[in-house]
Design a protein around this ligand. Sequence first.
Ligand code: 3PG
Length: 305
Amino acid sequence: MKVLIATDKPFAKVAVNGIRTEIEAAGFELALLEKYTQKQQLLDAVADADAIIIRSDIIDAEVLAAAKQLKIVVRAGAGYDNVDLEAASAAGVCVMNTPGQNSNAVAELVFGMLVFAVRNFFNGTSGTELMGKKLGIHAYGNVGRNVARIAKGFGMEIYAFDAYCPDSVMEADAVKPLHSVEDLYASCNIVSVHIPATAETKKSINAALLSKMPQDAIVVNTARKEVIDEDQLVSFMKERANFKYITDIIPANDAVMKAEFANRYFTTPKKMGAQTAEANVNAGIAAAKQIVDFLIHGNTKFKVN
Ligand code: 3PG
């Protein structure tokens, strides 16, 4: 059996070594395709793969059609909006993610970015502090929970909204549950976005929602760019001259945002949230173990299609 790691944005070397150990211990072969620049390279590499480990790499119907022996794709990470689940199911391919494995890394980045933002991008002018500010966590999953844990150390007041999470889970973490997304944005100085990109959430963070936030508000997005209505974000930021948007996912309208909002907008040049050795090791090795367990024992835990 051949397992392919196909990562446009490579894992840390230590993670690749750990994956190799798992795969070879099971008697399988490991192949590596990193930093590819053409889709054809991915199409060629998947041709004889029984299993693939990916990150945000796009697995669409064309890739699945080229992967004639493919049985399983594991997205080493949380969001699997980059995989065509319907096409995978039609091709009889199992798709999994590795929930929780990179969530601390993403949560730590939220605070790195927030400190940078409230200190005016380190430009030497007087900024503000996080202590005492109201933080809204938009979706209380694995990343949201880590954000809450770290926010306590900063002395923030913590609120969360998650339609699928019981109040008791938030309350056990000393987080105040709110019961509508509007209430979350209206109540908080800072909102940290952790919703997945789905048909329901795409463009759901729009001007009407943002306009509920108090003056000097900040939205930090380490989730997906698709959940923001970018055109409405631009018009809202033109009206609300003290609002800041900081993100780990380059918006489609990055050039406009940079030109219009030089002191109130920041994006990382490449998604950095999960880019730590620890997160790569956790997610990569979890993916390798899930593949071995699936190919040998048929275990479908973490299947998402
Ligand atoms: C995830 O969904 O796990 C994160 O967005 C990380 O994505 P990445 O593996 O492409 O960095």
